[in-house]
Design a protein around this ligand. Structure first.
Ligand SMILES: C[S@@+](CC[C@H](N)C(=O)[O-])C[C@H]1O[C@@H](n2cnc3c(N)ncnc32)[C@H](O)[C@@H]1O
Ligand code: SF4
Length: 387
């Protein structure tokens, strides 16, 4: 067994992060399985509950500085300016937030206007993650997106014009998407001036609507081989454009990696506030309940409603270091992975590890083991073996 990472120490010297989940959306996109609500009637009470959760957590964080905030959803960009301003001010009361913190807001293109972007910049937001998904109108409407390609383009220009750092999300595998149309969407995102690109393979099993559609109309979906080919070609295109592939789904221009998201993969402590939020704090993995009424009701009674609260043992921490670390292109120390293999009850793991190296899914060099581009594609099958 390896010893604990310095980051597991309770008095961790690395600045921490805070995730805040804002669950409200105007409508639900067909593919989405995040905890969202299309009934915004509770949004006022929700913000009050978030304020209470902050006050409850504040004392646990004495001595900690936070240098990243992430407002995710849901549709955080739909939050009225006055509420968003109050939320950000509210965070600064119980928590010590660095003046140079990275503050990310997830935005849907239809919410981006010159006024909203100016307000976001003035209220301390530094980075906007725009959900583009595709620049093809047919592909957008097929999954219930409320914006078209022109609105996505305008949103990117507007956010950049307000001086904010921009990330764009795309999905590979949308119904009706071809390899060529995906390539065209990627080129448009690269040309937009975004410094960060996230590309997700459509997770069809997360949505009944999409899964049923895929079964009824398989020809509307790229095959696994076509997706793999498009994925590898995408890596080359982004590489030529100067983007580094730093995590399975994430590419960035040099120095523009997402500071907050890196904390998840490096296991740097982060708090998670709001329904369904997850956190790693004081060596514990905790998750907030997903039920909105329960969240609002319990916090009104002064209770933080947790669905999970688990102190990680040394073996679990070692497993997490590998499973999360292998998501990053920097990989993990070879010594840790070999210790894990020796320690594993899975008798077939040593031979499979050798096969992964022979098949060039994984490579070892300079004392680190890392997945190759093809290995990233098969990461689900590889990573689950180290849990
Ligand atoms: C929290 S979501 C939503 C952000 C924002 N509300 C939006 O819709 O643009 C963040 C990203 O997850 C991705 N995503 C959501 N559901 C997915 C799925 N089933 N498969 C793959 N990617 C998904 C989308 O790219 C989305 O932009
Ligand atoms: S993809 Fe975004 S807008 Fe669509 S339902 Fe999910 S969180 Fe809401």
């Amino acid at each position: 067994m390896t010893g604990p990472s310095p980051l597991d120490a309770l008095d961790c010297p690395v600045a921490s992060g805070i995730y805040i989940h804002l669950p409200y959306c105007r409508s639900r996109c067909d593919y989405c399985a995040f905890v969202v609500s299309t009934d915004a009637s509770s949004s006022g009470a929700y913000l009050v509950a978030l304020g209470r959760e902050m006050e409850l957590l504040g004392p646990e964080t004495r001595g900690t500085t936070f240098d990243s905030l992430y407002l995710g959803g849901g549709t955080p960009s739909w939050t009225p300016a006055s509420d968003l301003g109050r939320l950000l001010d509210g965070l600064r009361r119980p928590f010590s937030i660095s003046p140079s913190a990275e503050v990310t807001l997830e935005a849907n293109p239809e919410d981006v206007t010159p006024e909203s972007a100016r307000f976001w910049a003035a209220s301390g937001i530094t980075r906007v993650s725009v959900g583009i998904q595709s620049f093809e109108d047919r592909e957008l409407s097929a999954v219930g997106r409320r914006h078209d390609s022109a609105a996505a383009r305008r949103a990117l220009d507007t956010v950049l014009g307000a001086g904010l750092s921009v990330s764009g999300d795309l999905i590979l595998g949308l119904p009706g998407q071809s390899a060529a149309s995906f390539r065209a969407s990627l080129s448009r995102l690269i040309a937009s001036g975004a410094a960060h690109v996230s590309v997700y393979l459509l997770e069809t099993e997360k949505s009944k609507t999409i899964e049923e559609d895929r079964r009824a109309h398989p020809s509307r979906y790229l095959s696994d081989d076509e997706q793999a080919e498009a994925w590898l070609a995408m890596g080359e295109t982004l590489g030529h454009a100067g983007f580094g592939h730093y995590e399975i789904s994430n590419w960035a221009l040099p120095g523009r990696e997402a500071r907050h998201n890196l904390k998840y993969w490096k296991r740097i402590p982060t708090l998670g506030l709001g329904v369904s939020a997850h956190e790693l704090w004081n060596g514990r993995r905790r998750a907030v309940v997903s039920s909105l009424p329960r969240y609002i009701g319990d916090l009104a009674a002064g209770i933080r409603p947790l669905a999970a609260d688990h102190l990680l043992g040394a073996r679990e921490q070692a497993g997490e270091r590998i499973v999360l670390g292998l998501r990053l292109s920097e990989g993990v120390p070879t010594r840790e992975i070999h210790d894990r293999i020796e320690d594993s009850p899975d008798a077939t793991l040593p031979q499979d590890y050798v096969s992964w190296k022979e098949e060039r899914l994984l490579e070892e060099s300079a004392g680190r083991a890392r997945l190759t581009e093809r290995g990233f594609l098969l990461s689900n099958e590889i990573l689950c073996r180290f849990v």
